[in-house]
Design a protein around this ligand. Structure first.
Ligand SMILES: NC(=O)c1ccc[n+]([C@@H]2O[C@H](COP(=O)([O-])OP(=O)(O)OC[C@H]3O[C@@H](n4cnc5c(N)ncnc54)[C@H](OP(=O)(O)O)[C@@H]3O)[C@@H](O)[C@H]2O)c1
Length: 268
């Protein structure tokens, strides 16, 4: 079946920022393809989106599995005939001091979901995005611009996303496909509680100072509006914006500020 409504594919749409982006986009006359591993949670988000008038397809997808990413692009085209925007939002967090880690296996898991998931989904969707002169959105992090202590795995995965999508943006110049990189700071979701600790288990707590966290609604709004405006970068929070420039002129100061953002009991 083909359709003329714009089609937005969102990974990690079962919770947090991804689910909220879906709810906000649903009010804008689009068709949505929502992807994550937990189908029951996706269905609940889909039902909310349908009450706003959006047509919604749900696809179970573990972005850490390339075949799932390929199936996601195929399912979007099968459901709605096109892909206009791909939002690479699915991600996992981690918080550990490298010296406390005995088995580095989960470092590779973080990389596979955060980097490879986005690479695989983008590769699979690219021909369809070229056909619509669409937009790829990558949800990186301020930790993808500044190295954050206790977050070597997470920062590495987000820096890698930043490098991949900056290179891709230039590569796609002339194709009509745009690339938006979003850099949220601390947003009030459960991601850090679910993220890996040094033993590779769910942390159950946040290693960051959560005071002043941005609301999920505000973060999602910035990404949805930024994607619609085909913005190059969305750097969130005044601290994030300042930190980016400060890093060029006073990198040692940025290191000290990054250290201050940690929960004191997680650093020693
Ligand atoms: N919250 C923050 O402070 C913050 C700051 C900077 C950047 N970010 C980035 O923003 C994005 C969303 O984070 P969030 O805070 O909304 O996290 P969240 O509330 O924990 O939600 C994460 C989403 O990703 C999905 N997901 C996790 N692993 C997946 C996998 N292997 N395959 C498919 N989906 C997977 C989860 O769904 P299932 O479990 O159902 O698969 C869920 O829908 C992430 O990329 C994160 O790194 C967040």
């Amino acid at each position: 079946m083909t359709d003329t409504a714009r089609v937005i594919v969102i990974t990690g749409a079962s919770d947090g920022i991804g689910a909220e982006m879906a709810r906000q986009w649903a009010t804008r006359g689009v068709a949505l393809v929502l992807a994550a591993r937990q189908v029951d949670k996706l269905e609940a988000v889909a039902a909310q989106c349908r009450t706003s008038g959006a047509r919604v397809a749900v696809q179970r997808c573990d972005v850490g599995v390339q075949a799932d990413c390929q199936a996601l692009a195929a399912a979007a085209v099968a459901a709605f005939g096109r892909i206009d925007v791909l939002v690479n939002n699915a991600g996992v967090s981690a918080h550990a001091l490298l010296g406390d880690v005995t088995d580095l296996g989960w470092y590779q898991d973080v990389m596979r979901v955060n980097l490879w998931g986005a690479v695989w989904c983008t590769h699979a969707a690219l021909p369809h995005l070229k056909a619509t002169r669409g937009q790829v959105v990558a949800v990186s992090s301020l930790a993808g611009l500044v190295g954050v202590p206790g977050r070597t795995a997470y920062s590495a995965s987000k820096f890698a996303m930043t490098g991949f999508f900056e290179a891709l943006r230039v590569e796609l110049a002339g194709t009509g496909v745009g690339v938006t990189l979003a850099y949220p700071g601390v947003v009030a979701t459960e991601i850090r509680y679910r993220g890996y600790n040094a033993s590779g288990q769910p942390a159950g707590r946040s290693g960051l100072d959560e005071r002043g966290a941005m609301t999920v609604e505000a973060c999602a709004r910035l990404i949805v509006d930024g994607a619609e405006a085909r913005r190059r970068d969305i750097v969130m929070s005044a601290k994030g914006k300042a930190g980016r420039w400060l890093k060029l002129i006073a990198p040692g100061l940025v290191d000290r500020l990054a250290l201050k953002a940690l929960n004191q009991d997680t650093h020693r």
